[in-house]
Design a protein around this ligand. Sequence first.
Ligand SMILES: NC(=O)c1ccc[n+]([C@@H]2O[C@H](COP(=O)([O-])OP(=O)(O)OC[C@H]3O[C@@H](n4cnc5c(N)ncnc54)[C@H](O)[C@@H]3O)[C@@H](O)[C@H]2O)c1
Length: 607
Amino acid sequence: MAREFTRVGVVGLGTMGAGIVEVFARNGVDVVAVEISEAALARGRATLTRSTDRAVAKGKLAEADRDALHSRVDFQVGLDALHAVDLVIEAVPEHLDLKQRIFAELDRVCRPDTILATNTSSLSVTDISVATHRPQQVVGLHFFNPAPVMKLVEVVRTVITATDVVDDVEALCARLGKVDVTISDRAGFIANALLFGYLNHAVSMFEARYATREDIDVAMKIGCGLPMGPLALLDLIGLDTAYAILDTMYRRGGRDRRHAPVPLIRQMVTAGLLGRKSGRGFYTYEKPGSPKVVPDEQTPATTQPATDGASGTTGVGGGTGPAAVTRVGLVGVGALATGLVGAFAMAGYEVVSVDGDVEPSAGISEAVRASLDEGVARGDLGAADRDTALARITWSATLEQLADVDLVVEAVAEELSVKQALFARLDGICKPGVVLATTTASLPVIEVAMATQRPADVLGLHFPDPTTVRQLVEVVRTVRTSAEATVTAQAVCTALGSATVVCGDRAGFVVNALLFPYLNDAVRMLEAGYASVDDIDHAMKLGCGYPAGPFAVLDAVGLDVSLAIQRALYREQREPGLAPAPLLEHLVTAGYLGHRTGRGFRDHTGR
Ligand SMILES: NC(=O)c1ccc[n+]([C@@H]2O[C@H](COP(=O)([O-])OP(=O)(O)OC[C@H]3O[C@@H](n4cnc5c(N)ncnc54)[C@H](O)[C@@H]3O)[C@@H](O)[C@H]2O)c1
């Protein structure tokens, strides 16, 4: 029989503690909620009130239930109030000496049978436990932010934690409606070990002005389907907390430079820019504690490029306004080219599709027709729209037909020599001022641009997910790309219905540079035997709200493709932490490439 927890204590009512109080009180458990001062107690109470009022307003909590929830919480200053609780969860700032002091004090104040849990993100639970005389009753209970919403709890068992204590807290998690994964005491456990390198890297991109804060966040939200972008997430976590977590992970986790906090984080903490809780972090909020972002000096002007396709233009040569684009040339025969021909035609452009000149003919016209037919069958477009779109397409077997287009997008084989030869030919065929775009995912765009005499007109258009070309495009600017070419490309992509982000010409651009190292880290974690494929996928889905865990993503993308991207990132940055995980290399060598071959990290045969 699992132990009954009828009264628990929560120490520290900040970003996490207030949410943890809510989780318990919502589930019928009495809570003694403790803070260090009356002022901090009032802040904690206000956070709980705001959160439950929001739940009532959204219809997720009845008013009577909210009142009952509040009646279960006893707000107190000082740890002495915890003398009669069954379990304490500590959620004070991420500093070992502070947590050790609190645990020593809890050991003195609490009943001998009370279980003591820490919500630490990165500190050693073992180090915290030895500050007490009951280390076998100390466990990590790592909730995720926001605690009332995120389903995951990481239960951290040290080498000395008693088995029945682990069993009891696991049963408690189930009673709270949470899903737990039980793991040993390693820096960052599962989720933060995979998350914080990514967050830190996003800050370094922002610090280096590689892309704007909005573009970095939009790229990861739309490009990967994440619930929020990395900079918005750091604001939610709190930059002081994030700094402490990174600092600890760097020191405990093998001094991986990717965890050394980016200097900007420290500067922002010093300046009091802590994120939502202080009203300003990477973004500015309506007031401290508010989730509502308000415009500030970094907010981009709302003047969007033309949005109505072929007709919406402001003329060539008008400063940095977009050039007129009515005719688009597409070179290539694969899935991306097929998707793009259909998408441009649907958006109202005249399209010239070149099939069979650069690459062997692959019947792209049938493929485009089939994909538009599928759209009609799904009810996404009408038969008349399909026919109008098809009538806008000219099928050509020679590049010479591109002499009068306003934009060329190439989606041929991912080989530098092939692309360079193509761009050299386009240079001789296309009229001056035309934007020439490559869809390369991994080659330096500047190498392609320099095959022409007009590198200012060349840029990258990277579609992170070729199956949904309309969702996100990374507009890649080289050191030679003109502002006009960039805004023209942005305007066209907006007309396609895609979100656009502008970034520099570095391996992986924004999305892949941030995504693949995280996937590679997940493989390393698996390889180290720390957690299983299922536990790691669960942790990222339920703890961070990701639409799919890293192994599901790797199997879908293809392990060979993932390895090639990771190798390109490693080659460019020479960062030891980016070296492809040996397990990934071995699986590729073994022919386990994911869905495509029926087996990758999981076996997909017969499912
Ligand atoms: N912020 C997150 O997203 C997140 C997520 C999971 C886990 N955590 C972990 O939760 C813990 C708390 O982080 P946070 O972000 O909520 O911090 P926070 O700074 O928002 O809140 C900490 C609270 O602890 C209180 N406090 C400080 N000293 C105290 C004492 N002696 N007695 C009682 N209360 C005291 C402070 O007044 C403050 O309200 C950390 O260990 C952190 O790593 C944070």
